[in-house]
Design a protein around this ligand. Structure first.
Ligand code: FNR
Length: 203
């Protein structure tokens, strides 16, 4: 059985993050052929193209971690109806310097939790535009907007409600299958491998 390396981002820096708790639940419920490594964003400076000539170690580590991942999973809150600044900063780092967009052709998934019923849906909608621009294939369905109930999620990622566990398990199965499909389509010799480099086509 092939194993896929999944790099995951937590979209914020808060110590009590409900999205970090959600990430633990997802890892527990994921298929055995997915191996997870967090890609940290805390120590990244605020991105500026002044860094492009000489990326700092944190920026290089981020790009190396994305390169080493078969797929990327974003587990993120919604801040002011959009992508939290810390996560957007990390994405900007990964997208540069020009011509070295680390997200190009990486299979991605987006999931997020909030205490309210909207469950990060508005953030995810704008996030999809960003990933499209970065030429990152996205799992389109199932969508996953999680209303976080502290009675359902244990701090260690235990999910105490079977219907929630079943939904999250299904999400991770679909995400794993999507990663496998995208990698197969971009394998050497496959027709998808003949596409021009998207980084060379537009800014
Ligand atoms: C929020 N929160 C929030 N929730 C939401 O559903 N939609 C939103 O637009 C916002 N906006 C927002 C902005 C800022 C600056 C903060 C600090 C919070 C509430 C948010 O969902 C809640 O704090 C979650 O706990 C955030 O997830 P983490 O950080 O705990 O993983």
């Amino acid at each position: 059985m092939a194993t896929y390396k999944i790099g995951y981002f937590i979209g914020n820096l808060a110590s009590g993050s409900i999205n970090r708790t959600l990430s633990k639940a997802l890892i527990r419920l994921a298929p055995d052929d997915l191996e997870f490594t967090e890609i940290p964003i805390r120590d990244l400076p605020l991105y500026s193209y002044d860094y492009d000539a000489d990326f700092p170690p944190e920026g290089r580590a981020l790009k190396d971690a994305i390169a080493a991942s078969d797929g990327i999973l974003f587990v993120s809150p919604e801040y002011n109806r959009s992508i939290p600044g810390a996560l957007k900063n990390a994405i900007d780092w990964g997208s540069r310097p020009w011509g070295t967009n680390s997200f190009a052709r990486k299979p991605t998934g987006i999931i997020g939790a909030s205490p309210g019923g909207i469950g990060t849906a508005v953030m995810q909608s704008s996030f999809r535009s960003v990933l499209s621009f970065l030429d990152a294939p996205q799992l389109n369905a199932p969508e996953a907007y999680i209303k976080f109930n502290p009675e359902v999620f244990g701090a260690d990622g235990e999910v105490k409600d079977e219907s929630t566990a079943s939904f999250l398990r299904h999400y991770m199965e679909e995400y794993g299958a999507f990663v496998e499909r995208v990698l197969a389509a971009s394998a050497p010799g496959h027709i998808g491998d003949q596409q021009p480099d998207p980084n060379k086509l537009s800014r």
